[in-house]
Design a protein around this ligand. Structure first.
Ligand code: PLP
Length: 418
């Protein structure tokens, strides 16, 4: 199977490049540079050195013995992207693109962020590689995601609150695009998931494909065969494509994406584009894919307990792979996700990101139906420290509020918290 898009940037019917005329040559230059450097040995060596020494790769593949025993059925393995620097897989792509920016001789990076995870990874990569960094973020998100804004500022990124529209992610994307049109000579727009106009879906997938390459090697070295099932949560689709892409040709390996089922399948209650047939084909934000949208083609609001799956569009490659039947999709609700969070803390001693808990919730449904020789690998895309404000609230509201009130009192009555 051809993993890459065709010359026009399409995967089957999806993908393409639908942008302002001024950006077309910029994207073409980016595509040329990416294709050149991804095969350039110096670039590969430099990238691998950063991935090893700074990001902490390869991340381990853990046999989840306790969870396997508790669930009964298939054997469960966890790919530990949660152990990467900054706590999630996003850094793989941020570092890859940032290094490419340096090779292209640009000096400034912009990005949009919703929950702030991509902003933190981008700001971290820029700080490491000495690039100027500007992060566009809806004003509402700047207020809601104060901890991530704080980390971005520690990395010396400039966080620009976007005050237009709904003051959330979609408006931050528009603001970033406007900046790029005006400053494209010295600026790179660092997109965080396997979507957007070509060449982003190919580029982000390639920088994330190290996840699946490592998994293949790690599993084969130990068991001398391929796993049977791979699962990953799907927001935009970068950790899923990162895990899946090296296995697309291994037709006996089942690939399963898990979407955010939220509270219900009513509009605004979930972020499930494929499951439930909720999304429709459209061309939005530069690419053709499946989007949650109203009859006029406006993106619908989304909801998920995990901020990182809260997006109305999906990777055009994943949309195409679903259409051809290569990839299956299921969804996990908010409450199933919280159950998975508690289950893996209890049995495996892990605090897993709520995004990744969707994949774990999917595994908890499937594992008990499998025989004990079936090997399932879940991508644990991130760690859950960042979700403290959601999990602590959801699982123990009174105690958490008491703590927050005390902290405010303590902070205002003394000059030091220590
Ligand atoms: C952003 C994020 C996701 C969702 O993004 P994808 O592009 O679908 O991978 C998943 N897990 C974590 C930990 C994230 O931060």
């Amino acid at each position: 199977m051809n993993v890459e898009s065709n010359d026009a940037g399409y995967f089957g019917r999806y993908g393409g490049r639908f942008v302002d005329d001024k950006l077309k040559p910029v994207l073409q230059n980016l595509e040329n540079a990416f294709k050149k450097y991804i095969n350039d040995q110096d670039f590969i060596d430099e990238l691998n050195e950063i991935l090893n020494d700074f990001v902490g790769r390869p991340t381990p593949l853990l046999f989840a013995k306790n969870a396997t025993n508790a669930l009964g059925g298939g054997r469960l393995f966890l790919k530990m992207e949660c152990l990467a620097n900054t706590g999630a897989h996003k850094i793989n792509n941020a570092i890859g693109q940032a290094l490419l920016v340096k090779k292209m001789g640009k000096r400034r990076v912009i990005a949009e962020t919703g929950a702030g995870q991509h902003g933190v990874a981008t700001a971290c990569a820029c700080s490491r590689l000495g690039l100027e960094c500007v992060i566009y973020m809806g004003k509402k998100d700047v207020i809601r995601q104060r901890p991530n804004v704080f980390w971005m500022e520690m990395f010396e990124a400039k966080v620009v609150p976007v005050d237009s529209g709904t003051k959330t992610l979609a408006d931050a994307v528009d603001a970033a695009l406007k900046d790029w049109i005006n400053c494209c000579d010295d600026t790179h727009y660092l997109i965080g998931s396997a979507l957007g106009p070509a060449p982003y879906p190919d580029m982000v997938r390639e920088f994330q494909s190290i996840i699946g390459k490592e998994v293949k090697k790690q599993f084969q070295e130990k068991y001398d065969k391929l796993p049977d099932i791979l699962m990953a949560c799907v927001g935009g689709g970068s950790n899923a494509m990162g895990l899946f892409s090296d296995f697309l040709d291994n037709k006996n390996v089942r690939l399963i994406g898990v979407e955010a089922g939220g509270k219900s399948f009513n509009d605004g209650d979930h972020a499930s584009r494929i499951v439930g047939n909720c999304g429709k084909e459209g061309i939005i934000q530069g690419y053709k894919s499946i989007f949650l949208q109203d009859s006029k083609g406006n993106l619908l609001p989304t909801h998920s307990i995990s901020a990182g799956l809260d997006y109305a569009g999906i990777s055009p490659q994943l949309a195409s792979l679903f259409e051809t039947g290569r990839i299956e999709f299921i969804s996990a609700t908010d409450s199933e996700t919280l159950e998975a969070f508690k289950f893996f803390a209890k049995h495996e001693g892990m605090i897993v990101a709520l995004e990744s808990c969707h994949a774990l919730a999917g595994a908890m449904k499937i594992i008990p139906t499998l025989d004990k020789n079936t090997n399932v690998i879940i991508n644990v895309s991130g760690r859950g420290d960042k979700d403290l404000f959601i999990t602590a609230y959801s699982l123990g509201k009174e105690k958490w509020f008491e703590f927050l009130k005390d902290e405010i009192k303590r902070g205002s009555s003394t000059n030091t918290l220590c």
